[in-house]
Design a protein around this ligand. Structure first.
Ligand code: PRP
Ligand code: URA
Length: 208
């Protein structure tokens, strides 16, 4: 499974701001959307194009469009919602499949509580979004769900990834590329990414 750490200066800068302990809900939200958009730009670099002719200001002109690729964005509730608008800014016509998973705080096992996938998922490229890849359990379960529904092309966009989560996905879903703003150091004994961002869902929703 390829992992792509996108070390663009804008991403490094914005992620640095997100790591501050005293960040406000407003700033965390804005930055999560911005980094989400920048990761989307990277994760769609290789989408195929096709040419077509239009009537331009000086006569007929050949232009390009994305070739027949239907896209579904898949935010993992809750925290994935924090990146959704950033992704949709760049892919405004994408359909949104929502999945809800919550980690049990003691066992760290993710429980699924919602699965609302869009039609024709078997013909779509799925971009899963979640700020945090910690143990990888939530992401692996989401990919299982999408594959079971027939989805064949899946990419994952996460703000921060832990080596433990990367290893799990490498084992269970080696065909899925992960785009991340940072590969962090490790998980602590409570399953939080170090240095990480803290509890991303709480920071996006202001529930901390
Ligand atoms: C967080 C985060 C991921 C998950 C990552 O969600 O947004 O979905 O944990 O952990 P994992 O890789 O060990 O599965 P959480 O379960 O806290 O729910 P929330 O987004 O509703 O706060
Ligand atoms: N979920 C979070 O929100 N943060 C972590 O560091 C790990 C899981």
């Amino acid at each position: 499974m390829p992992i792509r750490e996108i070390r663009h200066p804008l991403i490094r800068h914005k992620l640095g701001l997100m790591r501050r302990a005293d960040i406000s809900t407003k700033n965390f939200r804005e930055l999560a959307q911005e980094v989400g958009a920048l990761l989307t730009y990277e994760a769609t670099q290789d989408l195929p194009l096709e040419s077509y002719r239009i009537e331009g200001w000086c006569g007929p002109v050949e232009v390009e469009k994305i070739a027949g690729k239907k896209i579904t964005v898949v935010p993992i509730l809750r925290a994935g919602i924090g990146m959704l608008d950033g992704v949709l800014q760049l892919i405004p016509s994408a359909k949104v499949s929502v999945v809800g998973l919550a980690r049990n705080e003691e066992t760290l096992v993710a429980q699924t509580y919602l699965e609302k996938l869009v039609p024709e998922i078997d013909q779509r490229l799925a971009l899963i979004i979640d700020p945090m890849l910690a143990t990888g359990g939530s992401m692996a379960a989401t990919i299982d769900m999408l594959k079971k529904a027939g989805c064949r092309e899946i990419r994952a966009l996460v703000l921060v990834a832990a080596p433990e989560g990367i290893a799990l996905l490498n084992e269970r879903h080696p065909d899925v590329t992960i785009y991340t703003a940072s590969i962090d150091d490790h998980l602590n004994e409570s399953g939080y990414i170090i240095p990480g961002l803290g509890d991303a869902g709480d920071k996006v929703f202001g529930t901390q």
